[in-house]
Design a protein. Structure first.
Length: 217
């Protein structure tokens, strides 16, 4: 397998952001008079973008969602982006090693501005070219639609079958399948808890640590 482009999901793959996401969602719920949720429960709601996370949180709390809930969540999260969020162990070195022999990109359903702030704040932004960072609020339909991934392939002049999507959730898995790209799933990510492992096919990879990625390509 020759991989010329590695495309990374952000939350649960490059960075552990669950505490900050959970604290932000729970701050909003509490402000609306709702019971807060367990961090693990909120982790199962992440992956399809902020709007879906907010809707799932209010549904789980059993209270109506205010019309301005998304805007309020984003405003709260903006103040907490880097409170506890950190790269997973080994991520900077793994990115540097992969970047020496292939192109790197980020494809996330998180808004792009927040993504850029996190990458910059954690010292990871310099490992990706600006146009190789695609957020969920840009011109492309969010994952699992393959449009963003295919655009990143075209930008790097790389075929989908020369590309590997690295993510932690069923959303990333479906994105790679929809694009005809290779997939590597991060078992260490919080999105993997809900993954239907029985549906994995031959050639679809799972890793326990970021450094394990180096043995695949």
């Amino acid at each position: 397998m020759t991989v010329r482009l590695f495309v990374f999901d952000l939350d649960g793959t490059l960075v552990d952001s669950l505490r900050d996401l959970s604290d932000s969602a729970n701050a909003l719920l509490a402000a609306c008079g709702a019971q807060t949720l367990d961090e693990s429960a909120i982790g199962r709601m992440v992956g399809d973008g902020a709007a879906t996370l907010v809707a799932r949180a209010f549904s789980a709390a059993g209270v109506p969602q205010p019309v301005d809930a998304l805007d309020r969540f984003l405003a709260i999260y903006e103040t907490k982006l880097l409170d506890c969020t950190r790269p997973y162990e080994g991520i900077p070195d793994v990115l540097a090693a992969l970047g020496a022999r292939a192109s790197l990109a980020v494809l996330t359903n998180k808004p792009r501005a927040a993504t850029l702030r996190i990458l910059a704040g954690l010292g990871l932004a310099g490992l990706f070219e600006d146009e190789a960072i695609v957020g969920g609020d840009g011109p492309f339909v969010r994952k699992p639609d393959p449009a963003g991934l295919l655009q990143l392939c075209a930008r790097a002049d790389v075929r989908p079958d020369e590309t590997m999507m690295i993510g932690d959730s069923i959303v990333d898995w479906r994105t790679a399948r929809n694009a005809g790209a290779h997939i590597c799933l991060a078992r260490y990510g919080f999105g993997f808890r809900e993954f239907p492992q029985a549906e994995l096919r031959d050639g679809e990879h799972v890793i326990d640590r970021p450094i394990d990625l180096l043995s695949l390509a």
